[in-house]
Design a protein around this ligand. Structure first.
Ligand SMILES: [Zn+2]
Length: 355
């Protein structure tokens, strides 16, 4: 395996340094025969998309060739670690491919019958939640994904899917099995109930109250707002308008307040991480757009941590210290000053090899 050398600023640091790669990992010592890959550059620990779906498209499950292309598109945007937030197919075959990003899976989305997008989730009765969580905890890589709320057509508005006592039992069971739990929450009720029940992370979180933010900050409950996805709330509203005007108005209100709510969560100290919600209806490879929107909440350095070193630490992945896997992205300018440079990685190195 070729040994490599780069010289530049390794974020979040500020001083230029030499980075050596040998046998796929960061080397503390210069290897004898290293070839220089780049000089005078800015280097980020491999980017993280913490809410992404590989193996899922608008109609549900996709074939292996399509899933492979999704993973390649993410990789080429600099995303080298994915937390898959629910896929209807098993993508563990990706783990045998040195050229594809690392994936931490949540198994399948868990929803109640007819209470989520068709063909995405495993749909169950609420009383079967604990046993389904056991199944998904074993099928995934340390995460379980619940659909926390969705439109209830009988009331014409967003409603939680699960009785609060059932989710608490399910979250406790996941924790016993060593898995963390996250949930899709658009509205106010579901997120309050799930945080009270001891959940580990919230997806979207547009219905967060000040009180719930304080609880999340105190307990270190993660928040992955998927800001590029929230831009589509008016489309959800328009699609439901004729039959469900209350729901449509609710979605528009959540959309209108999204920057205020998420900005307040950031200020309250809720740990926020980047997720594009790629797969489903949304295309892959949008981490730069997500970072630009996150930067509006807490600045460029905050957004860069949310797509890289902070998210890596949260998911148990190392950054660019000696002995760590050499997963990194190289830029021609400092993304702290020019966040738009994220759209144009100069070089992506995965497992110590340029891709
Ligand atoms: Zn999603």
């Amino acid at each position: 395996m070729t040994a490599w050398h780069l010289s530049g600023v390794v974020l979040p640091g500020t001083e230029p340094t030499d980075l050596w790669i040998s046998d796929g990992v960061i080397s503390a010592e210069p290897p004898g025969d290293a070839q220089t890959l780049a000089r005078d550059v800015w280097i980020m620990p491999g980017l993280v998309d913490a809410h992404c779906h590989v193996g899922l498209a608008a109609g549900g499950a996709v074939d292996r060739a399509t899933a492979e292309q999704q993973a390649i598109t993410d990789r080429d945007s600099g995303v080298l670690l994915i937390r898959d937030a629910g896929a209807p197919v098993d993508t563990h075959w990706v783990d045998d491919r040195a050229d594809l990003p690392r994936i931490i899976r949540a198994g399948r989305h868990i929803a109640v019958h007819k209470r989520y997008i068709r063909n995405y989730a495993v749909e169950i009765d609420p009383e079967d939640l604990v046993s389904q969580v056991e199944h998904e905890a074993r099928a995934g890589d340390g995460w379980v994904k619940l659909v926390g709320d969705w439109i209830d057509r009988s009331v014409g508005d967003l409603r939680p899917l699960w009785p609060a006592d059932v989710t608490e039992q399910a979250i406790n069971r996941a924790h016993e099995l060593g898995a963390r739990v996250t949930a899709h929450c658009f509205g106010e009720e579901s997120v309050a109930e799930l945080v009270a029940a001891g959940i580990d992370c919230i997806e979207h979180g547009t219905g967060l109250s000040g009180e719930v933010m304080e609880q999340m900050a105190a307990r270190g409950v993660g928040l992955v707002p998927t800001m590029t996805n929230l831009e589509y709330f008016p489309d959800f509203a328009a699609a439901g308008e004729a039959k469900f005007p209350t729901y449509a108005a609710h979605m528009r209100a959540l959309h209108a307040t999204r920057f205020d709510v998420l900005g307040a969560a950031c200020e309250a100290g809720v740990p926020i991480y980047a997720g594009t919600d790629a797969g489903g209806r949304l295309r892959h490879g949008r981490i730069a757009e997500e970072a630009e929107l996150l930067a509006t909440l807490g600045g460029n350095e905050f957004a860069l941590g949310a797509i890289s070193w902070r998210a890596r630490h949260w998911l148990g992945a190392e950054s660019l210290t000696a002995g760590a896997p050499a997963d990194l992205v190289v830029y021609n300018a400092d993304p702290r000053e020019h966040i738009a440079v994220l759209h144009h990685p100069r070089l992506v190195v995965l497992r110590g090899q340029p891709v």
